[in-house]
Ligand binder design. Sequence first.
Ligand code: PLP
Length: 356
Amino acid sequence: MKKHNFYAGPSILPQYTIENTAKAIHNFADTGLSIMEISHRSKQFIAVMDETVALFKELLNIPEGYSVLFLGGGASSQFAMIPYNILNKKAAYLNTGSWAKKAIKEAKLFGEVDVVASSEDKNFTYIPKGYTIPSDADYFHITTNNTIYGTEIREDFDIDIPLIADMSSDIFSRVLDVSKYAIIYGGAQKNLAPAGVTFVIIKNDILGKIERSIPTMLNYQTHIDKGSMFNTPPCLPIYAALQTLNWLKNNGGVEAMEKINLEKAGMLYNEIDRNKLFKGTVEKEDRSIMNICFIMNEEYKHLETDFFEFASSKGMIGIKGHRSVGGFRASTYNAMPKESIQALIDVMKEFESMKA
Ligand SMILES: *Cc1c(COP(=O)(O)O)cnc(C)c1O
């Protein structure tokens, strides 16, 4: 039976990425060696790094004056690395979910944190609006896509202080104006590569403005100066990321991807809104196009396990909602084909006809 992979992360990757990476595990760039056993200083791997950075910049239209880094440690390490490198006195944060809260916790180790707005009062089912960003803060931090709750900011804010965004789960899902941001970062395991590599897009001139000394490995400048090769980079995930970027380019780039993503999400939200058994969990205007959360309507709550088992029997994988939301979550990253969305919709319809 065909499996439809709706996992939130690590998550679905293009078949192209998996096949090419598998080939390179056996024989990388005609070296007769595996990508896993070749020096990161070899000319073949340096070419991979250079190409990955170049394609990353090309696909996101990254302007001059920015660096693209590939680091270890996950997005979670960035929660601390950002304030370590650029928080002087005060930083502003938008609290839109668990990941934002974790970022706030780390920032507090380095200075004053002004949480300008929070949607925690309603279990993060909306994106706060109409707040004021203090002009004396060193930066404003947002989580553009809230992977757990299924809300998303799909707009590039125009603000007066440096804007920093955790885009772990929506990078490459929509056209982006990188020039509006000082730092964009994320774990690659949601929309780009297997776990193990963290991307950081950083505006070079944001650095060098703080007094404290920073450990070498946690200093962005180290990695900018050495082109992410100060220490051994995560070679295999970077190679896989390059395959995904090639796949993206071959499929029309981010613009084409955004169009398909909107279409896919629209199809599934339409079914959630139409189907008598289900309802969405977040404000419609803030709905994510990457992580689609839904629950059973009150009178059908007792059917939750039944639906989960029915869907599983039809090949739907990873649709269990995060424990802090419950219900279901379908992650519809770039690599997810429209056919899988349709298959899930068919299952929802079939279950409705059996039960409602
Ligand atoms: C998954 C996720 C993280 C955590 O990423 P790690 O690489 O596991 O540290 C952080 N932020 C968001 C928005 C995520 O979806």
